[in-house]
Design a binder for this molecule. Sequence first.
Ligand code: MTE
Length: 325
Amino acid sequence: MSSSQPKPSEITPKEVWLTRRRWIQSGLALGVLGATAGAGAWWWGREPDEATPARHGRPLEGVVKTGYRVDEPLTDYADVTHYNNFLELGSDKETPAERAAFLPTRPWTVRVDGECEAPGEIDIETILKVYPREERVYRFRCVEAWYMVVPWVGFSLGDLLRRFKPTSKAKYVAFESLYDPDHPLPGQRRLRLGWPYREGLRMDEAMHPLTLLATGLYGEELPAQNGAPLRLVVPWKYGFKSIKSVVRIHFSEHQPVTTWNRLQSDEYGFYANVNPEVDHPRWSQRRHRVLGASVFAGKQPTQMFNGYAAEVAGLYRGMDLHKFF
Ligand code: MTE
């Protein structure tokens, strides 16, 4: 059933990959006219062009290195910031960086409400002032079977959640990304995804110290294409859970509706824990391609919970891990 390589329709609604196919078709048409660009290479994602170095953001002061640090080579800044999934800005890997300027990142306010005693708002300047700037080097595994190692800057989500005093009824936490119907972002204008992008975690997952709210990477402010000014990072789950550009957090008694789970529940589970033993219906999850690595390096084996089993397996004791992809 599964093939060894993700297809262009990987983690992508039909509408998006049809657009990709149209591009590929036009690429082929160009080929007839004498161009040599390979359409196949197109959807695998070009590696960033070394001749045009990646633009850097403002350095963040007071960044403290912590023990949350995997002992693996860091993925290059250029790869981390130019090979992105951010449908609000575009549906291939390069356009989010090219369209970074479309994302208005200031002023920025996060609304926190639902099952809590102190609902309210907090702006990004306060977040940057009040919460630590910890550098944590995490593994990041996309459901599309690519992988990177990123030095994020941020703090545990639980620190922010406690400020709003969740009640005992708060069993889940729901997140929403930026969506202003009067000023949609380029991808929101083109794709009918049911905006805003939504994600969710169980309360104990949200309060787990590894669950990070990132405000930066590589010691600099988070680039727009990586989810500025504030994004979630859940390193033991597939990357689509790590929602970008968060504007709302909602405590809820019931499991929230999430974007990918609603679009294709048989392919994208609510839990979405990295699990090499559960194939995606269209490809294997046993191995992954390390972003930026030489093509001769081959694919690397994927670890259960992306290598964080010692820290998080206890959260799922008694659950059938095959069922809770
Ligand atoms: N968040 C929003 N708002 N929109 C998105 O399209 N894509 C998700 C996730 N968060 C996405 C998002 C997916 S599929 C992945 S793999 C990661 O962001 C990619 O993060 P990166 O671009 O920083 O590598």
